[in-house]
Design a protein around this ligand. Structure first.
Ligand code: PLP
Length: 261
């Protein structure tokens, strides 16, 4: 599979988390890196953009030679990168056969923006309509819908259906940001509009750096291996839960997950 995303020098999120998850799930990871971040568990301290032609070149070269069964996007940084990635994918795969998992990464847990605010419109209009499945968390869903807050599971279902209307075949809306005592709820609206509800315990830990990247990559790897979307989601959630439960506790901030569990 091809991962189009940003590098995390701390190894907890981004490309590094993606490669670990994909490898541990026994798929093969290729990468087109969109940005380098200088970061550790305490936050993102710098972002170094990759030139657009070089982003395109990475995508073209690997798809042309090695091929892929699925593409996953993570941090895309700017509207220009979003457009370049969409164009490169359209050139490499004109009929849109390659399944595309879009994790609409916007803001890191520490508050640093990983997608320019003015790029949300490009995410909505350029990439979402091409996606097989998108995996927003609640703040990302709110930004994409440009509406009110999503603060209940009922509202989550409405929001997931509104997101599907923007063009992706399916939507996995992650409820980790819902405040309250209840279990963690994620909702999947599949390509036929069917609703799947996933529940799990909320783990009391700060080792949650890269959970979004890891979930989307585990989902994409599972799709590449032939699982249907609901099964792929279940497997990806279980993988992330175990990776959090056995996290090594490195760093002073939001620590990385354990992939080799
Ligand atoms: N850094 C990069 C390059 C990322 O792609 C992401 C998430 O998608 C993050 C950091 C943020 O990770 P988290 O919000 O889990 O700390």
């Amino acid at each position: 599979m091809l991962i189009v995303a940003g590098s995390d020098s701390g190894g907890g999120a981004g490309i590094q988390a993606d490669i670990k998850a994909v490898t541990c799930l026994r798929a093969y990871a290729m990468t087109a890196i969109t940005a380098l971040t200088a970061q550790n568990t305490e936050g993102v301290f710098g972002v170094h953009a990759v030139p657009l032609d070089f982003v395109r070149q990475q995508i073209h070269l690997v798809l042309d030679d090695l091929g892929a069964d699925v593409v996953k996007t993570g941090m895309l940084a700017t509207a220009e990168v979003i457009t370049a990635v969409a164009e490169a994918l359209a050139e490499a795969d004109p009929e849109g056969r390659l399944p595309l998992v879009v994790d609409p990464v916007m803001v890191a847990k520490g508050g640093h923006r990983l997608l320019a605010e003015e790029a949300v419109e490009a995410m909505r209009s350029v990439l979402l309509p091409r996606a097989t499945v998108i995996t927003p968390n609640l703040p990302e869903a709110e930004a994409l819908l440009g509406g009110g807050t999503i603060d209940t599971v009922e509202r989550m279902e409405e929001a997931a259906r509104e997101l599907k209307a923007l063009g992706p075949d399916a939507v996995l809306l992650k409820g980790g940001h819902l405040v309250g005592e209840g279990p963690l709820v994620d909702l999947l609206i599949d390509a036929e509009g069917g609703l799947h509800r996933f529940e799990g315990p909320r783990l009391a830990t700060t080792s949650t750096h890269g959970t979004g990247c890891t979930l989307a990559s585990a989902l994409a790897a599972s799709l590449a291996q032939g699982l249907d979307l609901a099964r792929a989601t279940g497997r990806a959630r279980a993988y992330v839960a175990q990776a959090i439960a056995t996290a090594p506790g490195f760093g002073r901030g939001h620590g990385p997950l354990n992939h080799a569990h």
